[in-house]
Design a protein around this ligand. Structure first.
Ligand SMILES: Nc1ncnc2c1ncn2[C@@H]1O[C@H](COP(=O)(O)OP(=O)(O)OP(=O)(O)O)[C@@H](O)[C@H]1O
Ligand SMILES: [Mg+2]
Length: 318
């Protein structure tokens, strides 16, 4: 590959730039997402990890324009898709960016047939589609996720959690998107079917060159499915690195805590292991000192004060 194409290959598909998302207003205003930035490159799986309530879903919803950003921009292929955009751009977002929702038991309209659930988005961008074409696309989407085409005439309550999540994936695929936000797509599923859904997502990625934002509250499956990971704590990203780099050299105390909770396959090691607890009070900032976002080694970013960054950098070099 020439230098030129290599540089082009790293052009971000999605850029999140200094976004804030605030709920409520006045004295009740609550900033759920605080100055968050990251790029997602074409074809990669970008992980976003943090405990419950840290703002992961809010970020996903901001990207697909369900949540408004109160500051910052979101770009798709270099074009701003946050804030006020024209109708053509809005349709482009709907077509290209899809989200698999966190809870398959709650995210499907119980009164609608599967056929309607899967084709709803398609109809909204393509009013002139014939019934035959729609039927064909729905059946193909069901087949693509390993379900039977005849399921189209059934209702959601007839399906198990794993099947419902496949329906959620079919609903995305039918739009032929390039970018999918997978919001904890396996957390609500039985352990026995989690691998099936993960394998399905990874097969679809390979076949269609999809780009994923994969959201999870812990790091356990992330090592195997993501290329890079951002760690978020209370609406603020504290560390971002390539997956192997993050697992080998976690620098921020919160990342270390998340890693300490990942189960180790060896039971003897696992039994003796200490699960750490994060104390945000461990960052002692004196007057005038404030944490910044810095690149410790290429591609590995961490948030800290000058003093903390010196320590992280020394630790990284050890
Ligand atoms: N529509 C809303 N109105 C008010 N507050 C909200 C709204 N949506 C989210 N929040 C708050 O924003 C914060 C972040 O929520 P979010 O759902 O993004 O967290 P999360 O990281 O996805 O958590 P989980 O792992 O539990 O899904 C939480 O404190 C939540 O209560
Ligand atoms: Mg969530």
């Amino acid at each position: 590959m020439s230098k030129w194409t290599e540089a082009r290959a790293r052009t971000p598909l999605v850029s999140v730039r200094n976004i804030d998302v605030t709920f409520g207003n006045g004295r009740n205003a609550f900033k759920a997402v605080d100055n968050v930035s990251f790029d997602i490159y074409r074809g990669e799986t970008f992980g976003l990890v943090g405990e419950s309530g840290s703002g992961k879903t809010t970020i996903g919803r901001a990207i697909i324009r369900i949540n408004k950003v109160s500051a910052g921009d979101i770009l798709y292929e270099g074009k701003r898709i946050s804030g006020k955009i024209d109708r053509e751009c809005d349709r482009e977002v709907i077509r290209n960016i899809q989200m698999i929702f966190q809870d398959p038991m709650a995210s499907l309209n119980e009164r609608a047939k599967i056929d309607y659930i899967i084709s709803e988005g398609l109809m909204s961008v393509n009013h002139g589609m014939s019934a035959a074409e729609r039927k064909e696309k729905v059946e193909q989407a069901l087949l693509d996720v390993g379900l039977l085409p005849e399921f189209a005439s059934r209702f959601p309550h007839e399906f198990s959690g794993g099947q419902r999540q496949r329906i959620g994936i079919a609903r995305c695929l039918v739009m032929n998107p390039s970018f999918i936000i997978a919001d904890e797509p396996i957390s609500a599923l039985d352990v026995s079917i989690r691998a099936q859904v993960l394998n399905l997502l990874s097969r679809l990625q390979q076949e269609r060159g999809l780009t994923y934002l994969f959201i999870a509250h812990d790091l356990s499956v992330m090592r195997f499915i993501t290329n890079r990971i951002a760690v978020i704590y209370k609406g603020v990203i504290v560390e971002l690195a390539e997956t192997e780099e993050l697992f080998r050299h976690p620098l921020h105390p919160y990342t270390k805590v998340l890693l300490s909770a990942v189960p180790v396959p060896n039971p003897r090691v696992e039994r003796k292991k200490k699960v750490l607890v994060y104390d945000p009070g461990c960052h002692h900032y004196s007057d005038g000192e404030r944490p910044v976002w810095a690149e410790v080694v290429p591609g590995h970013f961490v948030r800290g004060s000058e003093r903390e960054l010196d320590a992280y950098s020394e630790e990284r070099d050890k």
